[in-house]
Design a protein around this ligand. Structure first.
Ligand SMILES: NC(=O)c1ccc[n+]([C@@H]2O[C@H](COP(=O)([O-])OP(=O)(O)OC[C@H]3O[C@@H](n4cnc5c(N)ncnc54)[C@H](OP(=O)(O)O)[C@@H]3O)[C@@H](O)[C@H]2O)c1
Length: 169
C-alpha cells in the first residue's frame, strides 16, 4: 500500500493561520478533491475541526482522524491514537492509497517517521502570514515532476504550480 501526502503551501512553507486556510484557490481545491476521492484521508484532529461541518466527513473518502484523546468520536470517521496504527489498519489487501492531508503536526509526524512514498505539493506564489508550516524537508531526497500550473485570473489571486514528489531510491 502506498502512503501519499498532499499539501498547499506559500513561499515560506506556510499552510494555515488561526486553524484555517489562508487562500481561496478553486482549481487547487478541485485538484485536492479529484486526487483524494475514493482513497483514505488521514488528518489531525485540528485539521478535522477546521473543516466546516457541512463539508465533513470529506465525501467519497474514508476519513481517518488522529488524536491522543481516547474518547474522541466523529460521525462516519475512524479515529486512531497513532499514525502507525492508522496506517497498519489499512495495509492489508488495500488498493486504495492512504493520503496524509495535514495539518502541520501530522505532516511532520509522517515525514519524521519516513512513511511517505509520494507528495503532491501545491506551491503558491504568494506570502501569507501563516502560523502553521510544512516541515523543511530535504529536497535532495525527492524527484519532482511538474503536473499542473495555474495563472492569476479572476478566481485565483495568486498563481501556483503543483509538483509530484517521489522518494529517490
Ligand atoms: N494548506 C494545506 O494544505 C493544509 C492542509 C491541512 C491543514 N492545514 C492547516 O493546518 C492547520 C492545522 O494544523 P495543526 O498542525 O495545527 O494541527 P493538525 O496537525 O491538524 O492536528 C494536530 C492534532 O493531531 C493530534 N496528534 C498530533 N500528533 C499526534 C500523534 N503522534 N498521535 C495521535 N494524535 C496526534 C492531536 O490531537 P488532540 O489534540 O485531539 O490529541 C493534535 O492536537 C490549520 O490552519 C489548517 O487550515 C493546511
Amino acid at each position: 500500500m502506498k502512503v501519499s501526502l498532499i499539501v498547499a503551501m506559500d513561499r515560506n512553507r506556510g499552510i494555515g493561520r488561526d486553524n484555517d486556510l489562508m487562500w481561496h484557490l478553486p482549481n487547487d481545491m478541485r485538484f485536492f478533491k479529484e486526487t483524494t476521492e475514493n482513497q483514505i484521508v488521514v488528518m489531525g484532529r485540528k485539521n478535522y475541526d477546521s473543516i466546516p461541518e457541512k463539508y465533513r466527513p470529506l465525501p467519497k473518502r474514508e476519513n481517518v482522524i488522529l488524536t491522543r484523546n481516547m474518547a474522541f468520536q466523529a460521525k462516519d470517521c475512524q479515529v486512531f491514537n497513532s499514525l502507525s496504527n492508522a496506517i497498519s489498519n489499512f495495509a492489508e489487501g488495500n488498493e486504495r492509497k492512504v493520503f496524509i492531508i495535514g495539518g502541520g503536526e501530522i505532516y511532520k509526524l509522517a515525514l519524521d517517521k519516513g512513511v511517505v512514498d509520494e507528495m503532491f505539493i501545491t506551491h503558491i506564489d504568494g506570502d501569507y502570514d501563516a502560523d502553521t508550516f510544512f516541515p523543511d524537508f530535504d529536497q535532495g531526497l525527492w524527484n519532482r515532476e511538474l503536473i499542473m500550473t495555474q495563472a492569476v485570473d479572476e478566481k485565483h489571486k495568486h498563481s501556483f504550480e503543483v509538483f509530484r514528489y517521489t522518494l529517490l531510491k
